[in-house]
Design a protein around this ligand. Structure first.
Ligand SMILES: [Zn+2]
Length: 80
């Protein structure tokens, strides 16, 4: 299918750009948005979701894969 072919080319293109920029991505647990993590990010650094503003702490980095854990205790208290 032509649509599949375009999708495949587009995917390869995006993947290639991401490899070149060395950007690691994690996904937001709240909204599913990809969180851009700079190449020089370190474990313990806080990153913010561009979609919903949720704050995550980088818990581990290995071979381009980054593990995020939510840092809900940082910032606003949502109240109980
Ligand atoms: Zn989000």
């Amino acid at each position: 299918m032509f649509t599949n072919f375009v999708f495949f080319v587009l995917n390869s293109y995006i993947l290639n750009i991401m490899m070149q920029l060395h950007i690691m991505n994690g996904k937001c647990k709240m909204c599913g948005e990809s969180i851009e993590i700079p190449d020089d990010a370190i474990v313990g650094e806080l990153v913010e979701c561009g979609g919903c503003g949720m704050t995550y702490e980088i818990s581990a980095i290995s071979n381009g894969n980054v593990s995020l854990k939510s840092a809900e205790h940082v910032g606003e208290d949502w109240g109980e």
